[in-house]
Ligand binder design. Structure first.
Ligand SMILES: NC(=O)c1ccc[n+]([C@@H]2O[C@H](COP(=O)([O-])OP(=O)(O)OC[C@H]3O[C@@H](n4cnc5c(N)ncnc54)[C@H](O)[C@@H]3O)[C@@H](O)[C@H]2O)c1
Length: 335
């Protein structure tokens, strides 16, 4: 059993704590949140003790590894502390909103062999992964284009958007990682456009966007198009397709079941898409924990790590620069 402590018992921390508690090869060691009632609630539900501080958790020999699900602005500090303490880390995305801070963190941890996994959960979605595997096996021939659609059902609360770091760093970051996962090559050019269509007043105030299109191109000419919207009234829209010389592989939206209803008035009426990320990616979140546990048990690097988090953030910065300047940004400009 790998004994994992969960730091941060908010929206996603609670879900991770439950997944760890239910995992056959992991157990929940303890939980911690600076807001004690949040920690108390999940500790009572899952029958574990809370800890009083991050320092207490890192000094606890009963804790094999930690999962960082605190607010984004704390991730890099906690990562550095955990690496110094030698505890393997599963860190929620993003590492930080600032590339400078991520680079500084990298300088501190680069010589350590402590496993660090980044929470790019969509890599573990069975449909997305099967699409990637089909591409890698050559089932679609030589890959030419990837199309990623990622739309939220509704705009997040204003308070969240204000501290999100902007759509590219907050939302598209998952798609930048998915693009790298699918393409198997690093994008070298980024072109992005952003619009303020869902909540123009807030977006203007923050100089952020709620509707974006991004085009990524690799050195060999492979293309990826990402479409994001903060609001798709029909539900959480998550699709990936990969076009190659021999065909197309694609991963589709998920519903609770596939039954359809046909009447005189309509055909193929079916369930709505699964509501949001906790439901849509439930299997992926469980598989993510399995990958973390497996990497620790076999003393190997997790499949998705710090470098992936840094590269996705670099693509986000490049996309923002492109949207702001209206020109193609070459990744060589990003350092
Ligand atoms: N992988 C995904 O799909 C995904 C989805 C949602 C959120 N996230 C990421 O997960 C992180 C948490 O998001 P959330 O939606 O759960 O936020 P949240 O605000 O619901 O929860 C964050 C929790 O962290 C606690 N916290 C803050 N600073 C702390 C500290 N120093 N020590 C201990 N606890 C602290 C807060 O009190 C809060 O309970 C964010 O970085 C976010 O980007 C990832």
């Amino acid at each position: 059993m790998v004994k994992i402590a969960v730091l941060g018992c908010g929206r996603i921390g609670v879900m991770h704590a439950r997944n760890i508690a239910n995992h056959p090869r992991a157990s929940l060691a303890t939980v911690f949140d600076i807001y004690q009632p949040a920690a108390d609630k999940v500790a009572a539900e899952l029958g574990v003790k809370t800890s009083k501080s991050i320092e207490e958790i890192l000094a606890n020999p009963e804790v094999d590894a930690i999962l960082i699900a605190t607010s984004t602005n704390t991730h890099a500090d906690i990562l550095e502390m955990a690496v110094a303490a030698g505890k393997p880390i599963l860190c929620e995305k993003p590492i930080d909103l600032s590339l400078e801070r991520v680079n500084a963190c990298y300088e501190k941890i680069r010589h350590s062999s402590v496993p660090i996994m980044l929470g790019f959960v969509r890599r573990f979605d069975p449909g997305h992964r099967a699409t990637r595997d089909a591409v890698r096996r050559g089932d679609v021939g030589e890959l030419h284009q990837v199309v990623i659609t990622s739309r939220d059902p509704a705009m997040a609360p204003d308070a969240y958007i204000r501290v999100s770091g902007g759509i590219f760093r907050d939302m598209t970051i998952h798609d930048f990682d998915m693009a790298r996962f699918m393409l198997g090559e690093e994008p070298t050019e980024v072109f992005a456009t952003g619009s303020r269509l869902v909540n123009p007043a807030l977006m203007n105030e923050l100089q952020d966007y709620d509707t974006v299109l991004v085009t990524l191109t690799t050195a060999s000419g492979k293309q990826c198009v990402i479409t994001n919207s903060r609001q798709a009234v029909y539900g959480y829209d998550q699709r990936v397709e990969a076009l190659g010389t021999l065909g197309l592989a694609s991963s589709q939206n998920r519903k609770n079941h596939e039954a359809t209803l046909h009447t005189q008035a309509f055909t193929e009426r079916s369930e709505p898409y699964q509501n949001f990320f906790i439901e849509r990616y439930s299997e992926a979140f469980a598989a993510e924990i399995s990958e973390f546990v497996d990497a620790i048990e076999h003393k190997r690097a997790p499949e998705v790590g710090f470098a992936d988090g840094r590269l996705a953030l670099m693509l986000a910065e490049a996309a923002l620069k492109s949207a702001q300047t209206g020109r193609v940004v070459h990744m060589s400009e990003m350092g």
